[in-house]
Write a protein that binds this ligand. Sequence first.
Ligand SMILES: Cc1ncc(COP(=O)(O)O)c(C=O)c1O
Length: 356
Amino acid sequence: MPLRPALGDVSPYRPQKPIRQLQEELGLDRIVKLASNEGAFGPLPAAVAAFEATAGELNRYPDGGGTMLREALAERHGVALEQVVLGNGADELIRFCAHAVLDPGERAAFPWPSFPSYVAAVTVANAEAVRVPLLEGLQPDIEALAASGAKLLYLANPNNPTGQVADFTALVGDGRLVVLDEAYAEFADPEPDGIGLIRAGAPNLAVLRTFSKVYGLAALRIGYAVASPDIADALDRVRPIFNANQPAQEAALASLHEQHAVGGRIEHVRGAREQIRTALTDAGLDARPSQANFVYAEVPGGDGPALARALLQEGVAIRALDGFGAPQAVRVTVGTDEENGAFAQALARVAGREGG
Ligand SMILES: Cc1ncc(COP(=O)(O)O)c(C=O)c1O
């Protein structure tokens, strides 16, 4: 076979069945989807208008420089235009970081459980993925990460799936690339400020942000990195020129002007995650405080997938975390008030059956 042996170690993404197909199979009118950490609300009205306005020009290639959006992001974050790199979602930027830094056989490390994309990005680069177990209290092991011999560190802040924030400054400034993945930063209180370290001149640092969560643009695939200048230059070298499509660029730009509405969404998430945590605790799970738009909870008996299956039968999709390194736990994404209520009721039904 002409394929690279490293691909044997990559687990292909196994998508969930489309919701409509699942509904039919389970005989349900509706499935509430709280499984993928998407924003609970759709795109902002200004983003929809900007998106629609691009429809007549879909015959044109996008602006490969992403100039207008990058200018707006550079201004917002107080960095130079050259320090902003667009991605087809933050996910693509995770790949760029691996491609820019890792030679075959080198190491990249990250706390574990964490976002499985790090494993895939590193393995596809023919490098070694080092999973550094979280400590008691779900905190990252800073000393072990520093001592891992990795040339690249991926640090999700808040972490997916545990929802905790951490202080990673001790790891910044060494000869390795530190990637602070702030996909959920807006939901944390206070918001992590990795970009502040970049403004202060930290070398070898990239901060990832996305429009998929609070801005509700997950389907369009648009995220960005703010990085120290030489790292941004390297990410740009491995970037396919048209990676960020024009409707995505326009919708993201329009969203940036809607900060009032975004603030309301953040307030919603901060309140609702407490309600979800209470529902989980009431049902006997060990639910942890969260700084993100989801809640992590350990299941009595230790079988996360079984609870996820039982809830699906009740019409609610949540995430079992076996693929994240936590088979004993589940993750519930914050939805609308109505969706969160449906989840709480379904959970109470499942817990009632198991208790009785
Ligand atoms: C920690 C983390 N980073 C990055 C991403 C990817 O976001 P995007 O939709 O921008 O690719 C996710 C998505 O769930 C995530 O959980």
